[in-house]
Design a protein around this ligand. Structure first.
Ligand code: NAD
Length: 360
């Protein structure tokens, strides 16, 4: 009988990773991309850093109107600035929101992006873009928005507050775990996911005790990249679909929401995904979180060490939102999820996550 073929598509991207790289490598990367008119994008908060990094680069304009989830009017303003200055390259310095704003311009204006990430969101390594209009989030995938080059510099992540290091790091962990059972999961994405999970689980506890540890910062960025490439290849599984709905409808903080939801999805899927769960167990065991009896037990042991967020209620989801949220999520769960999902399952899962209860 004919079997559906597995498809693994990889995209070309140049990645430079090193302490100090943001100060030494950007000029060369801009030259490689044959660019001479750079639009710099950053939040107001990251602006001093971005200006310092770009001091000797051919910047023709700077966009600082970045807002979470890329509202369409923000995208339009950034596009207008790029056009009026005849920019030929987008240089984004910041987290997923800043990379996302550059992607919105790349989507319409076909300009290349050079990304300098400062969080563990991983958007720089995916062809996925997102825009919001009137509270509704629209996503798509287009290789044109994938940054042509990425410069990872551990030094830039030292300023992340501990809570953001943890939440953003667990956002990357969620890319790894969810890509084990996502619709296009395959041998390559799984290998990347397992190694990404091990790197992140090793680095994050060190960063909680010493946020200035540049070796652990570097390892966390390596994990971020592995996680994001795995996610880009495997697509959105149950976890990402739930977070997409919750983020769009209730405007919950992106990274922390991912951190809260993940153990609940892992606990739910484990009975129907023994192989994937055992990969999580062994990756976490090799990072020092062994002997906890189950995949979710190991993940929660990591959460304990990190003081990770546990409740969607604390992020702004109210108890009365749960029923509606469960219905909204149900429509989005991929049919390929290892365990069939009904609205009662989602209601129970979200109720526990909302209240900060232990996943079952
Ligand atoms: P973010 O970019 O919104 O940043 C959160 C906050 O952290 C901001 O206030 C920012 O100024 C600050 N910050 C960033 N770097 C810092 C640093 N080094 N030190 C101190 N503060 C710093 O948050 P995020 O979690 O990086 O990104 C979330 C967004 O990215 C969401 O909109 C999400 O949908 C998107 N995302 C997209 C993809 C994709 O593949 N397309 C993947 C992951 C996330």
């Amino acid at each position: 009988p004919a079997v559906e073929p597995t498809v693994f598509e990889s995209w070309s991207q140049r990645v430079v990773l090193g302490t100090g790289a943001a100060r030494t490598a950007l000029a060369g990367e801009i030259e490689r991309l044959s660019a001479s008119r750079v639009l710099l994008l950053a939040t107001e908060q990251e602006l001093p850093l971005a200006r310092e990094l770009a001091a000797s680069l051919p910047v023709v304009a700077t966009f600082t109107g970045v807002r979470p989830h890329v509202p369409v009017e923000v995208a339009e303003a950034a596009r207008a600035l790029a056009r009026s200055n005849d920019a030929d390259l987008l240089l984004s310095v910041g987290g997923g929101s800043t990379t996302g704003t550059a992607k919105a311009v790349a989507l319409s204006d076909r300009l290349p992006i050079l990304a300098v990430p400062t969080t563990y969101a991983g958007s720089e390594a995916t062809p996925v873009w997102g825009l919001t209009e009137g509270g509704r989030k629209v996503n798509g995938a287009d290789p044109v928005v994938l940054p042509r080059a990425v410069v990872y510099d551990p030094q830039l992540t030292v300023t992340l507050p501990e809570a953001m290091t943890v939440a953003s790091g667990l956002n990357a962990v969620a890319h790894c775990v969810d890509s084990l059972w996502a619709p296009q999961a395959n041998a390559v994405s799984t290998a990347l996911a397992v190694e990404g999970l091990r790197s992140l689980a090793q680095a994050l506890p060190t960063l909680v005790s010493d946020g200035g540890d540049l070796t652990a910062r570097r390892q966390a960025l390596e994990g971020t990249y592995l996680a994001a490439v795995a996610f880009a290849a495997a697509g959105s599984g149950m976890h990402h679909k739930i977070c997409h709905v919750l983020g769009g409808a209730y405007n919950l903080e992106h990274a922390a929401m991912h951190a809260v939801v993940l153990p609940h999805v892992l606990a739910f899927n484990t009975p129907s995904a023994p192989e994937e769960a055992s990969r999580v167990v062994s990756a976490l065991a090799s990072a020092g979180f062994g002997g906890h009896g189950s995949a979710v037990g190991s993940l929660l042991a990591l959460y304990d060490v990190l003081g990770a967020p546990r409740s969607l209620g604390a992020l702004g989801l109210s108890e009365t939102d749960v029923d509606e949220a469960a219905r909204l999520c149900l429509e989005k769960i991929p049919p390929s999820n290892p365990r069939p999902v009904g609205v009662t399952d989602l209601r129970a899962l979200l109720r526990r996550a909302q209240a900060g209860q232990t996943p079952t």
